[in-house]
Design a protein around this ligand. Structure first.
Ligand code: URA
Length: 182
């Protein structure tokens, strides 16, 4: 199946109770041959309304961070661990992640990015299959199966925390260097 087929399947997914409260499934956007795949946590209110990932304030920050790595938003593939919004933006639940994980797995398999950048704790822990926190994981490139994974802070968490923002900017410089070297 290709990305369009997967998106279509996700569009009618009822594998966990989040389908009942969603406005739109936020499957992911970007080119199928992207060198970089960005993985966030779950859609927020604006994303649920628009059906696209990172359209709010965190998304603006993400755009400027991508710029530091020499990337434009339309060059990267952006997805989330969960494709539907948890009500009130509560944390994703284990059973929701389990029900949804095959979509992200298949997205990564189809895109085959050179680097997966995980944003925040949930995405890092899910993709790296670890309990370690983002503060310890961030900024280093890890080999996970056939993928290089760069965990970074979530751009929403950095909006009001200058030290996290500095770390994010440093980590996107690392991403730029990694891409330039390969
Ligand atoms: N935060 C996320 O993790 N994902 C989005 O799509 C928006 C905000």
């Amino acid at each position: 199946m290709d990305l369009a087929g997967l998106a279509c399947e996700a569009g009618s997914c009822q594998a966990c109770p989040l389908w009942e409260s969603r406005t739109n499934v936020v499957f992911g956007v970007g080119p199928e041959d992207a060198r970089v795949m960005i993985v966030g946590e779950a859609p927020g209110k604006n994303e649920d309304l628009e059906g696209r990932p990172f359209v709010g304030a965190a998304g603006k920050n993400l755009d400027s961070l991508l710029g530091i790595a020499g990337l434009a938003r339309d060059e990267v593939y952006i997805a989330n661990v969960l494709k539907c919004r948890p009500p009130g933006n509560r944390d994703p639940r284990v059973e929701e992640i389990q029900a949804c994980a095959h979509f992200l797995h298949d997205q990564a398999k189809l895109i085959e990015p050179e680097v997966i950048v995980t944003l925040g704790n949930f995405a890092a822990r899910h993709i790296m299959k670890t309990d370690m926190g983002i503060t310890r994981l961030r900024g280093q490139v890890h080999q996970v199966g056939r993928f290089k994974v760069l965990p970074v802070y979530h751009p929403a968490a950095a909006l009001y925390d200058p030290s996290k923002q500095e770390a994010l900017e440093a980590d996107f410089r690392t991403l730029g260097a990694l891409l330039a070297a390969s």
